[in-house]
Design a protein around this ligand. Structure first.
Ligand code: NAP
Length: 297
């Protein structure tokens, strides 16, 4: 089996994840030999304008402090604020400006330029977005997609000779919810990166939520356990090794079809270490039987 890579996500940096923890996460992740990091212009999306671009600035500060040259950073662009508004700019000129800006700031640490949130169904407009990505490709970058409302339009245009991108596509994919079917036009090749594998920080037990829990900060309900989580909890407890929720979350993502990577969103170094330990153990063992059983649940 082609095992997916792992990426370090930054969506909560400068929000529920304090500055020192961001640096400690990078130390631990990089120190363990991993290189892929995911960020976006609008992280953290906490609706505080003062924090626009705060996550990428933390990442840059760490890169510069340590003189790092070999990080593989995915930057998702197009947002013009971090207010969770639908206002985006995916015009060719804006994307080329973003390309210059990120190329200058991240240098050799920039790996993928990704389109972040596209609700448009206008083929001509999407084509000009792809033209900007073609310029990025000439500079040696990969092209990515995240939060695309009409993936089939991207797939159709991508068949044109000028494009043919091997997109890296971020999809929400977890035990409760998945965007995989919506991206049917891109299925059949290993190009998907799963995010939200813990459903944004959901816990099996409401007592597990801390005051600054990620789910609560994002507006989720931490008082009620969804019926499917109750069912999963009972099922996991009945398995021979009683796997943890985060083991099941990673297993489900890692064994899903077409998955090239898993974007982690740890809020502490301990969570990152736990996730890396599960990742390493899954690489070693054959957990296909447990995956099939989990899928049935
Ligand atoms: N979410 C999106 O819409 C989205 C979209 C595109 C890309 N991404 C990328 O994907 C990354 C991850 O997304 P996500 O934050 O939604 O992922 P997630 O894994 O579903 O949620 C992260 C939360 O899960 C909990 N958690 C993480 N690792 C854990 C562990 N080992 N054990 C127990 N709990 C653990 C933590 O919650 P507590 O802090 O409450 O403990 C953490 O804040 C983002 O940082 C971003 O780079 C996200």
């Amino acid at each position: 089996m082609n095992f997916p890579t792992i990426l370090l996500g930054t969506a909560m940096w400068g929000w529920t994840v304090p500055r020192e923890t961001c640096f400690a996460l990078l130390d631990a992740f990089y120190g363990a030999g991993f290189r892929e990091v995911d960020t976006a212009t609008n992280y953290p999306i906490n609706k505080n304008p003062a924090d626009f671009r705060a996550a990428e600035n933390l990442l840059l500060e760490w890169i510069q402090t340590h003189g790092i040259h070999d990080l593989k950073t995915t930057v998702k662009v197009g947002s013009i604020d971090n207010l969770r508004s639908p206002d985006h700019n995916l015009s060719k000129s804006f994307l080329l400006m973003s390309l210059d800006d990120y190329g200058y700031r991240f240098g050799s640490n920039l790996h993928t330029l990704a389109i972040h949130w596209d609700n448009r169904d206008d083929e001509a407009a999407i084509r000009s977005t792809l033209e900007a990505l073609a310029v990025a490709r000439k500079k040696g970058l990969h092209a990515g997609l995240s939060g695309i409302r009409f993936p089939e339009l991207y797939a159709r245009l991508n068949a044109e000779p000028a494009f043919g991108f091997d997109f890296r596509i971020q999809i929400k994919h977890n035990l409760l919810q998945s965007d995989y079917e919506r991206y049917a036009a891109f299925q059949g090749s290993r190009r998907f990166l799963a995010y939200g594998i813990h459903a944004g920080g959901i816990k099996l037990d409401p007592a597990g939520y801390s005051p600054d829990s990620s789910l609560r900060a994002r507006g989720g309900d931490t008082e009620v356990v969804p019926p499917r989580m109750e069912h999963l909890k009972t099922w996991l407890a009945g398995q021979p090794q009683a796997p943890s929720f985060h083991y099941a979350a990673m297993l489900y993502a890692a064994y899903s079809p077409d998955m090239a990577g898993i974007i982690l969103g740890p809020s502490s170094v301990q969570q990152l270490k736990d996730s890396m330990a599960v990742y390493r153990s899954l690489r070693e063992e054959d957990a296909a039987g447990l995956y099939e059983a989990l899928k049935a649940v």
